[in-house]
Design a protein around this ligand. Sequence first.
Ligand SMILES: Cc1cc2nc3c(=O)[nH]c(=O)nc-3n(C[C@H](O)[C@H](O)[C@H](O)COP(=O)(O)OP(=O)(O)OC[C@H]3O[C@@H](n4cnc5c(N)ncnc54)[C@H](O)[C@@H]3O)c2cc1C
Length: 386
Amino acid sequence: MANEVRADNIPVWAARDAAPRDVRFPRLTTTVDADVCVIGLGGSGLACIAELLASGVRAARVVGVDAHVVGGGAAGRNGGFLLAGTADFYHDAIAQFGHDRARRLYALTMDEIDRMAAETPRAIRRTGSLRIASSDEELADCEQHLEALCRDGFPAERYAGPEGRGLLVPTDCGFDPLRRCATLACRAADAGARLFEDSPAVGIEAGEVHTAEGRVRCERVVIAVDGRLADVVPAVASRVRPVRLQMLATAPTDEIRLTRPVYARWGFDYWQQLEDGRLLLGGFRDMAGDEEWTDSSSPSDTVQRLLESFLRDGLHVSAPITHRWAATVTYSENGLPVFEEIAPGVIATGAYSGTGNVMGALCGRGAAAWSLGARPALVDLLTSSR
Ligand SMILES: Cc1cc2nc3c(=O)[nH]c(=O)nc-3n(C[C@H](O)[C@H](O)[C@H](O)COP(=O)(O)OP(=O)(O)OC[C@H]3O[C@@H](n4cnc5c(N)ncnc54)[C@H](O)[C@@H]3O)c2cc1C
């Protein structure tokens, strides 16, 4: 790994023209008043803010704070897949949560993908996605996955091609997660919402959020900090666990030509190629033992070596590696997100188990409606026992 051009823990998305304009927001150093204060300016918190504005809340009464920068967590540092469904494959979700619940959740995430594509079209590519089997056993599982989707009328087809064999979900997408965050943040700020960076929430209670140097007096609070959920919401800490996920990216290459994001080996590994030819590869966390159950967001040698071996020997790509990065996400016990009112007027969302791009947007939007007094159907879908 010695002679590479390597940006240090910077996602490849930052090398692209992510923002519609320079995205910089001030620190919160005073006391401000708001109807709703949103904590966390990743994809979920920004979807919440977009929904608040769309629902008619006066923009000046919406405040968003982030501990670091817009999209600085996993929301701007992920694999760039928009996949329908929950963290479990559809047939597994049916077995775990019941048919009606799994079907309704899948349909909601499909609708959310459409909404996201309409909202930030320049960040999203309507490519479809491939689930590729790594063994005969997994191929048989892909068949069950396919049958379950088709039985309920969800779009999916059997696939065999250069990537391998498995199934194709034509409605899934690839996207630039940082571009989406930057676009939503600029749009919210242009509309008049007040966003603050480098302003970690250090005290959260009904009616008030204390940041390191300031204070937000507010009617409602939405906490949307997937990667730091256990720290920020101690009430759920015993039910969730932080995990580090890692990726690398190469310089543009024509050694391989992929038109769709691929996830393989039971979803542990994933890769996609951007329009400019860069290849992005992530995964292998399960092969590093307990090392990856951490809230550290720095790349580790173990996983980076595994990724590099697969890049060279599995995908046969020799292009130089230009980016290696990591970020933290939170896993839940049962694969369903936390979406709860943890105190009167304080809603927490997160723990998407590594699949928060769509589910996070859905929950963020749901949290907006909930904070305005309408209890979304999503609450029961995500929290009721089977
Ligand atoms: C390498 C990798 C690959 C992934 N690939 C995919 C994928 O392809 N598809 C998919 O669906 N999901 C994927 N995920 C998961 C997905 O990225 C996350 O679930 C999702 O982005 C979570 O977004 P979020 O806005 O909820 O939270 P986050 O991005 O975790 O956090 C939001 C913000 O909260 C801020 N914050 C934290 N603490 C505080 C505080 N005290 N006060 C104020 N702000 C705070 C952070 O700075 C951050 O900006 C991947 C994740 C990683 C790391």
